[in-house]
Design a protein around this ligand. Structure first.
Ligand SMILES: [Zn+2]
Length: 87
């Protein structure tokens, strides 16, 4: 078995998948992808309010945990934050 470099995926703009790839790459989304992501999430919230509320609760808990972690390790957090902003 050989190890090959993974080919970067081609973004199909104006799709939810395209929006996810922009996000994964840390890029700003183009307008068509931003609209596709907003449309997808709007439909998701409408069709699966129970699932959305459950995921929202998980995200909220994660945010609170990260806030507490950042407060406990403020110097390290600030360094990591600046490093990520520079990407
Ligand atoms: Zn795009």
């Amino acid at each position: 078995m050989t190890i090959e470099a993974k080919k970067p995926a081609k973004i199909i703009h104006g799709t939810y998948g395209g929006a996810q790839l922009h996000r994964k790459r840390g890029e700003d989304m183009c307008d068509p992808c931003r609209k596709a992501a907003a449309d997808y999430m709007r439909q998701y919230r409408r069709n699966r309010p129970d699932k959305y509320a459950q995921q929202r609760a998980v995200q909220d808990a994660r945010g609170r945990a990260l806030t507490r972690l950042a407060a406990r390790h403020s110097v390290e957090f600030a360094a990591i934050y600046e490093e990520e902003r520079g990407k």
